[in-house]
Design a protein around this ligand. Structure first.
Ligand code: FAD
Ligand code: NAD
Length: 367
C-alpha cells in the first residue's frame, strides 16, 4: 500500500514526521539545513527505545521514543544532503499497522546546545586487541548492530567502565585501522567498528583496567565530541603535525583524510616526539607512507634515545620547529595541529606564536 503520513510533531525547527507501510516505519527529520551528512546523525535502538541525535553545529536535535511495537535490529539511515532530510527506516517485526510511533521519552523533540545534551553511551563488544608497541594496543570495538555513528576526523569519544565499584570515564581518539589509505579491514564493514590505540600505564586507573578486558567483554562508548572541523583543512597547502606519544592518535585519521581528500595539499610534515625508539607508534607504517606519498615527511625526535640513535634528540623547541616546519611557498595556507601531554601542547603553541604563526593557523587537540 502507499505510504501515508500518520503522525506529525508540532514543534520548533527541526521537526519530524513518520509514515508506515505494511512492513516498515520511516521516521523523517526535516533539519532545514544544507550540507548535512551521515556523520551528523547518531542513532541507537536499545530495549525498544529509539534515540536519534542530529548534530547541527553547536546544537543537537533529539528524538527519544519508546517505540509502540517491536522492530528489527538492522535500521537504515538515509541523509538527503542538499535538502537536509534524514530518514530512519525501521523494519517491523510483526506486519501490523501501528496506531502511533511510540511514547516520548526525556527531551524528545528538543533542540538544545550540544554541551547541554549530556553524553549517551552504548555497550560495545571488544573483538580484537593487538600489540602496537610494548605498552600500546589497538583495540577493536564492535558497535551494536542498530547503532549508527561515525567519529569525525579530529574528534574523540569517552569510554566508561566500572573500576572498583565506581564509574570512571576517560577520553580516547578513534583511529583508522591502518595508515594505508586504501586498506579495508576485512572482518568489519564500514562504520561498524571503532579502533582505539591506547597506551597501558601500569599504575593508570583506567588503562590498566582496560587491558584486563577479554575478547567478548563489553565497554561503554559515548557519542563523539571535539572542536576540530574539516573545513579547517579544505583548502590547505601545508599541514604540519606536532605529536608526542599517544598524541599521535588524532593525526592518524587526519593524515588519511587530507592525503585522500584535500586536492590543494602540497606538504604534510609530522614531527613525532617520543622517549625511545620502542615507543614510536606505527613507525613501519609511517616509513611506508613516506615512500608511497611524496607529499608526506616525518621526523622522529627522541627524549631518551639509546647511544645508537642517529636521528634527532631532545624535546620540543623553537629551533627544532623552525628547522623542520618550512612552508612549501611563502604565505602558503598552513595549519599546524598539536597533540600530546598538556605541557608539550602549551609549549608548542607558545613557540609557534613566537615563530609568527597566528591563532587560526594552530589547532590543539584537547578534551
Ligand atoms: P591515570 O590513572 O590517569 O595515570 C596515567 C599515568 O600518569 C600513570 O602512569 C600514573 O601513574 C601517572 N600519573 C597520574 N597522575 C600523575 C601526576 N599528577 N603526576 C605524574 N604522573 C601522574 N590516550 C591514549 O592512550 N589513546 C588515545 O587515543 C587518547 N586520546 C585522548 C583524547 C583526549 C581528548 C584526551 C584529553 C586524552 C586522551 N588520551 C588518550 C589519554 C587518556 O584519556 C588517559 O588520560 C590515559 O589513558 C591515562 O588514563 P589512566 O586512567 O590509565 O591513567
Ligand atoms: P610520553 O610520556 O611517552 O612522552 C612522549 C614525549 O612527549 C616525550 O618524549 C617528550 O618529547 C614529550 N613530553 C613529555 N612530557 C613533556 C613535558 N612536560 N614537556 C615537553 N615535552 C614533553 O607521552 P605519553 O605517555 O604517550 O602521553 C601522551 C599524552 O598525550 C597524554 O598526556 C595524553 O593525555 C595526551 N593525549 C591527548 C589527546 C587529546 O587531547 N586529544 C589525545 C591523545 C593523547
Amino acid at each position: 500500500p502507499e505510504s501515508k503520513i500518520v503522525g506529525t510533531s508540532k514543534s520548533f525547527a527541526p521537526s519530524y514526521d513518520w509514515f508506515q507501510t505494511d512492513c516498515s516505519v520511516t521516521v523523517v527529520v526535516y533539519t532545514k539545513q544544507k550540507g548535512m551528512n551521515s556523520e551528523m546523525v547518531i542513532l541507537d535502538y536499545e530495549d525498544s527505545r529509539l534515540r536519534g541525535e542530529i548534530i547541527i553545529r553547536d546544537y543537537s536535535y533529539l528524538l527519544n521514543i519508546e517505540l509502540s511495537n517491536a522492530v528489527q535490529e538492522d535500521i537504515a539511515v538515509h541523509v538527503a544532503e542538499k535538502v537536509g532530510k534524514v530518514e530512519i527506516v525501521l523494519k517491523k517485526k510483526d506486519n501490523i499497522p501501528w496506531k502511533k510511533l511510540g511514547q516520548p521519552l526525556e527531551s524528545h523533540n528538543s533542540f538544545i546546545k550540544r554541551t547541554d545534551q549530556g553524553l549517551y553511551y552504548r555497550k560495545c563488544k571488544l573483538i580484537s586487541k593487538t600489540e602496537v608497541t610494548h605498552d600500546t594496543r589497538l583495540f577493536c570495538l564492535l558497535l551494536p548492530q542498530s547503532t549508527h555513528f561515525q567519529v569525525p576526523v579530529g574528534q574523540h569519544v569517552y569510554l566508561k567502565q566500572i573500576v572498583t565499584g565506581k564509574e570512571v570515564v576517560k577520553p580516547y581518539t578513534p583511529v583508522s585501522c591502518s595508515l594505508q589509505t586504501h586498506f579495508k579491514e576485512p572482518s568489519c564493514h564500514d562504520g561498524a567498528c571503532l579502533f582505539l590505540m591506547i597506551k597501558i600505564y601500569p599504575s593508570g586507573l583506567f588503562s590498566s583496567e582496560l587491558d584486563r578486558l577479554q575478547i567478548g567483554d563489553y565497554i561503554y562508548v559515548s557519542n563523539p565530541e571535539g572542536s576540530f572541523q574539516k573545513c579547517q583543512v579544505q583548502t590547505l597547502e601545508d599541514l604540519f603535525l606536532l605529536a608526542a606519544g599517544t598524541g599521535f592518535t588524532p593525526m592518524i585519521k587526519l593524515l588519511n583524510y587530507v592525503l585522500t581528500n584535500v586536492n590543494s595539499l602540497w606538504t604534510v610534515k609530522l614531527m613525532f616526539f617520543n622517549k625511545t625508539e620502542d615507543d614510536i607508534l606505527w613507525r613501519d607504517q609511517l616509513e611506508q607512507l613516506i615512500l608511497q606519498d611524496k607529499r608526506f615527511e616525518a621526523q622522529f625526535i627522541l627524549s631518551e634515545p639509546s647511544k645508537e640513535w642517529n636521528g634527532k634528540r631532545g624535546k620540543i623547541s623553537s629551533s627544532l620547529l623552525s628547522e623542520f616546519f618550512k612552508r612549501s611557498k611563502q604565505d602558503s595556507k598552513v595549519l599546524i595541529c598539536i597533540c600530546g601531554p598538556a605541557p608539550f601542547t602549551e609549549q608548542g603553541e607558545r613557540f609557534l606564536k613566537d615563530l609568527g604563526y597566528c591563532k587560526e593557523e594552530i589547532h590543539s587537540f584537547t578534551a
